[in-house]
Design a protein around this ligand. Structure first.
Ligand code: AMP
Length: 111
């Protein structure tokens, strides 16, 4: 999508602090972290939310979970939350599916 910030990050058109990347998945640090470890994992192709991604690109969604595990293995002993906010009332502000990989401290924060 032309005006999607995460499409642009996936395409390398705008900078991000990338921590993992595959052919179709990218993981990068959240610009405003809300936990000691706060990395976003997203497909390079556009889908608006996690349910749409499950319908349109289930294999990519599965690979996002694998990349999330790899990030957590490197950053927080392999244990993590993976949060998909869906819809504005649930806190979604970027309408390109992304999981918040979070850990690194006592529970209590949310994405
Ligand atoms: P959500 O509110 O679930 O849609 O999550 C969007 C997240 O993207 C927020 O936690 C923002 O801090 C983060 N974010 C927005 N723009 C960028 C960016 N350019 N690079 C990294 N993270 C970003």
């Amino acid at each position: 999508m032309t005006d999607c910030i995460f499409c642009k990050i996936g395409a390398g058109e705008i900078p991000a602090d990338i921590v993992a990347e595959t052919e179709d998945v990218i993981a990068f640090r959240d610009i405003a972290p809300k936990a000691p470890v706060h990395v976003l994992v997203a497909p390079k192709a556009h889908a608006p939310n996690v349910a749409a991604a499950a319908r349109e690109m289930p294999e990519v969604l599965a690979r996002m979970a694998i990349v999330a595990q790899q990030v957590a293995d490197a950053e927080c002993d392999g244990e993590f939350r993976l949060i998909f906010n869906t819809g504005p009332s649930a806190g979604q502000t970027v309408f390109h599916v992304h999981g918040h990989i979070m850990n690194g401290g006592a529970l209590g924060w949310s994405a």
